[in-house]
Ligand binder design. Structure first.
Ligand SMILES: Cc1cc2nc3c(=O)[nH]c(=O)nc-3n(C[C@H](O)[C@H](O)[C@H](O)COP(=O)(O)OP(=O)(O)OC[C@H]3O[C@@H](n4cnc5c(N)ncnc54)[C@H](O)[C@@H]3O)c2cc1C
Length: 366
């Protein structure tokens, strides 16, 4: 395989392009707008699944491999570009006791550093937190990345490679013949390669419908709030009530997020704004005085159990998919890109590819 066209330049497309280019493939990356302006921009950048013990093994394995790959990847891209993605070891504090769940067994199984913390330890870790919390779980090694800066970093990096970058052209048609894609078309042009990848995030199913399959990937809206705070007021990522608080290096604080199954609209809702702010103040009362700087929504590529589709199209031999990362696309991106390139280039696999295979609308085996 000498040439590949990747459709969709979010973090998944960008890192897939990076991995294939590294192996000497001639890559073209196409997006209907500028790269990295959708879910990969809108997210929180926690480099761990939320309540990580609740996910299927397939998600844990991808997340864990990514967590191993991230430090060298970031260092390599930062050195080459001089940009900083703010990849930081924030740690993640999950508040609550979860009596019917077993985070300890999960952590032991996957050799994840995690400790149970009591009220005193919670206060020591996060001095501004509401003192009602009696128990929690502390993940000291969880990092965050400032995702808009990560996509800017990845874009700057690939600009200095052999990858051909095409922005502001939507792919409208996938043309196939005798079980193979022969070209893809935009309104302006058509493009040919040996193989093709669709990594269109929440729009993956819309594009692939014409190839006769239903990936089951659908948009799930998440609303986020950004507060302007002083550096150091909040020290760690905290998670409770299915909401989270993320402190950025410059003091800004992200509050997220909703999980809304309402199609492709990205409207924000004043009721949700109040609900997210109330949650944040209930958890860390000192946030009461901070100015709200921004409120936005993004569309996650929702998939069954959060397991992405990585691999070959069930009917078209040279068409591949890397999509459906749902709530964990930033954490799973490096490993997903690595696995995709291993499958496409027939190299030994880092992970069991069958766990991520797409079976025409039946991607829920695990
Ligand atoms: C509010 C929120 C919070 C989140 N928090 C986290 C978190 O803390 N940690 C984490 O790991 N994940 C998080 N996520 C999830 C994560 O952001 C996504 O899983 C990830 O960004 C998906 O990346 P992607 O490249 O598949 O999709 P996207 O970033 O959406 O990229 C898809 C790209 O495809 C392009 N495209 C679509 N159709 C076409 C077409 N026809 N032709 C050409 N281009 C096309 C789009 O323009 C877009 O650039 C969050 C998401 C949201 C919304």
């Amino acid at each position: 395989m000498n040439s590949v066209i990747i459709v969709g330049g979010g973090i998944i497309g960008l890192l897939s392009a990076y991995e294939l280019d590294k192996s000497g493939v001639k890559v073209t990356l196409i997006d209907r707008q500028q790269f990295g302006q959708e879910s990969s921009w809108a997210g929180g950048g926690i480099i761990s699944p939320l309540y990580p013990w609740r996910y299927p093994d397939a998600v844990t394995r991808l997340a864990k491999l990514s967590q191993e790959l991230y430090p060298a990847l970031i260092q390599h891209m930062q050195q080459a570009t001089g940009l900083d993605a703010e990849y930081l070891p924030s740690g993640m504090l999950v508040l609550g006791d979860y009596p019917n769940e077993n985070p300890q067994a999960w952590a032991a199984k996957y050799d994840i550093q995690m400790q149970t913390v009591d009220a005193v330890e919670i206060q020591q870790l996060e001095p501004q937190i509401n003192d009602q919390y009696q128990q929690g779980f502390w993940f000291p090694l969880v990092h965050q990345v400032r995702n808009p800066r990560l996509v800017a970093l990845a874009k700057a990096f690939v600009q200095n490679t052999n990858i051909t970058l095409i922005e502001n052209q939507a792919v409208t048609d996938i043309i196939s013949e005798a079980g193979k894609v022969t070209e893809i078309r935009t309104h302006e042009s058509s493009y040919q390669a040996d193989a093709y990848v669709v990594s269109c995030g929440a729009w993956t199913s819309s594009l692939l419908k014409q190839t006769g399959i239903d990936t089951g990937i659908k948009p799930i809206k998440g609303q986020m709030l950004l507060l302007k705070g002083p550096p150091g007021l909040v020290k760690h990522i905290t998670l409770s009530e299915d909401r989270y608080i993320i402190p950025r290096k410059d003091g800004r604080i992200l509050i997220g997020s909703t999980n809304e199954d309402c199609g492709f609209e990205k409207d924000t809702d004043p009721g949700v704004k109040k609900e997210l702010l109330d949650y944040a103040i209930r958890t860390i009362p000192a946030l009461n005085t901070l100015e709200i700087e921004h409120h936005w929504a993004g569309l996650r590529p929702g998939s069954t159990k959060g397991i992405p589709c990585i691999g070959e199209h069930p009917q078209l031999g040279n068409l591949f998919i890397n999509s459906g990362h749902y709530r964990n696309g930033l954490v799973m991106a490096p490993a997903s890109a690595r696995l995709l390139s291993e499958i496409m280039l027939k190299k030994p696999r880092s992970l069991a590819e069958k766990d991520y295979a797409l079976c025409d609308g039946n991607h829920n085996k695990n």
